[in-house]
Ligand binder design. Structure first.
Ligand SMILES: Nc1ncnc2c1ncn2[C@@H]1O[C@H](COP(=O)(O)O)[C@@H](O)[C@H]1O
Ligand code: FBP
Ligand code: MG
Length: 465
């Protein structure tokens, strides 16, 4: 166990604010072809095949769902598609039998992880918190939910903070590698184990800090060292009451400014997700990225965001060939276009930082935080959940993937090229779990582990100077 402490010593010097998304993840394991055939049911196979090619970006009916699921399995990539919350579709998803329920959403997953990593304080916020969601948070002294009462900021455990709010459930479909199904004359085989998220989008869920709490954001900003913001993927172009995405994105910028107003050193990380709506994807980049310090995303997400910015060839190249050179190029575009301090990318084979040179952290410190993130990911992939730091032994004992040394070498060679002279490129190979228990939440786990490790190292380095 002591070996673990080579990778993270102590995060008790870090306090963090998290917003905006918590939900319940209902997981269904599609282990055998019959599980997928069960979902296909009586659909006409020709219609299904043409729907797969049509590629619906919102799930409006069961056929849209099954077609996007099969499309995702064929690619083996992480995918999230919003559902239209009609009574028919809600009852279709409600009628399925799920294997497990867990806390979900970046804020939910990250809160519970960080609570066991012994952070000083975690202030986790979601604009809706039903009783069931609140019960899924760890009941831990370092994890609180902010509310307002009689004009005062109140920080209580999530279990003591729920309201009469709507329950948000996302449906997660986990499939293994090499799961094969046949449709007419085609066979679809999953390239690798991954998850498909059918994300609920209730009309009343608005990605924002409630008006009465907003006046306390600067105080919250002063209490913490850093923040992770997430959940923007749930913003719609417009709502029935006339509000628009611009309204919520402008509000989020205001939130960041308030958080930093009394604590200019506060570092803000944005955790990306899969965003089907191309207009919203571009808006999130243009509105929010200039106001955050760093971002975390997976390979498909960086490809998609680069596509929205007009780099379609580079984007297609990443999606098709997963070349490290292309991912680094895309990261540099984001760093420069939005003046970010750092971009963290997680892929099946590596986790990588590209940061502006000149920070006080050494490459060794950065590498240490990524190392820790790979251990977290392989632990969660093996066990499904991380419940104690003792679990991390599982991740530590998972070997690096076989391409690790080559990837490190490629990254090193690229980092010494003239066009990257202003950047540190640090890559750590992943520890791939061959048959993961589940894959949902791995990205959130990696990003938060790496980011908090970074902040912790930064604080230690500053206190030595
Ligand atoms: N089977 C796996 N073993 C270890 N790490 C894995 C495995 N599958 C995925 N990962 C890591 O998790 C991220 C997923 O990120 P999302 O943001 O959830 O898409 C992937 O990039 C790998 O680094
Ligand atoms: O977009 P939403 O509805 O906020 O949900 C985000 C979804 O992403 C997750 O946070 C998982 O993300 P990752 O797999 O990328 O780590 C799920 O728990 C959740 O269902
Ligand atoms: Mg992710």
């Amino acid at each position: 166990m002591d070996e673990i402490y080579r990778h993270f010593e102590d995060f008790s010097n870090v306090s963090i604010f998290l917003a905006y998304n918590v939900n319940v993840d209902a997981l269904k394991y599609l282990k055998y072809p019959k599980d997928v055939y069960g979902l296909i049911g009586d659909f006409n196979e020709e219609e299904l095949i043409s729907k797969i090619e049509e590629y619906p970006r919102v799930i409006e009916n069961p056929l849209d769902f099954v077609s996007r699921l099969i499309h995702a399995m064929r690619s083996g990539k992480p995918v999230e598609v919003p559902i239209k919350n009609t009574p028919e579709l809600d009852s279709y998803f409600n009628s399925m039998v799920y294997d497990e329920e867990r806390i979900g959403g970046q804020v939910g997953i990250i809160s519970n992880l960080l609570s066991i990593l012994n952070l000083k304080k975690i202030i986790a916020y979601s604009p809706i918190l039903s009783k069931k969601q609140s019960q899924m948070f760890n009941n831990s002294e370092n994890l609180v939910f902010p509310t307002e009462f009689n004009g005062k900021l109140v920080l209580k455990k999530p279990i003591d903070s729920f309201g009469n709010d709507e329950l948000k459930i996302n449906r997660i479909f986990e499939y293994p590698e090499n799961l094969s199904i046949s449709l007419k004359n085609i066979t679809v085989t999953s390239k690798r184990a991954n998850r498909f998220i059918a994300a609920s989008r209730p009309e009343n869920l608005r990605i924002e800090v409630h008006e009465n709490l907003k006046s306390h954001l600067s105080k919250i900003g002063k209490m913490v060292d850093c923040a992770i913001l997430s959940g923007f993927q749930a913003i719609k172009q417009s709502y029935l009451d006339g509000k628009t995405s611009d309204y919520y994105l402008d509000n989020a910028i205001e939130d960041i400014k308030l958080l930093k107003s009394q604590n200019p050193d506060l570092k803000v990380h944005l955790e990306f997700a899969s965003i089907q709506d191309i207009i919203i994807r571009k808006k999130i980049a243009d509105y929010i990225l200039p106001h955050v310090d760093c971002i975390g995303m997976d390979e498909a997400e960086i490809a998609n965001i680069i596509n929205s910015l007009g780099y379609s060839e580079l984007s297609e190249g990443i999606l098709k060939n997963s070349r490290l050179e292309d991912v680094i190029k895309a990261s540099k575009i984001l760093l420069e276009q939005y003046n970010l301090d750092g971009v963290q990318i997680h892929t099946l084979y590596y986790i990588m930082y590209i940061c502006k040179k000149g920070g006080i952290l050494s490459e060794e410190s950065l590498e240490k935080t990524l190392e820790f993130a790979t251990i977290l990911a392989s632990t969660k992939a093996s066990l499904g959940e991380i419940n104690t730091t003792k679990d991390l032994e599982v991740g530590l004992n998972t070997p690096y993937n076989k391409h690790g040394n080559l990837l490190k070498e490629i990254a090193k060679n690229i980092s010494i090229q003239k066009e990257y002279e202003k950047y540190n490129i640090v890559l750590v190979p992943s520890r791939i779990v061959k048959n993961p228990k589940s894959t949902v939440g791995l990205g959130d786990t990696i990003s938060s582990g790496a980011f908090v490790g970074y902040i912790s190292e930064l604080k230690k380095a500053k206190s030595k100077n």
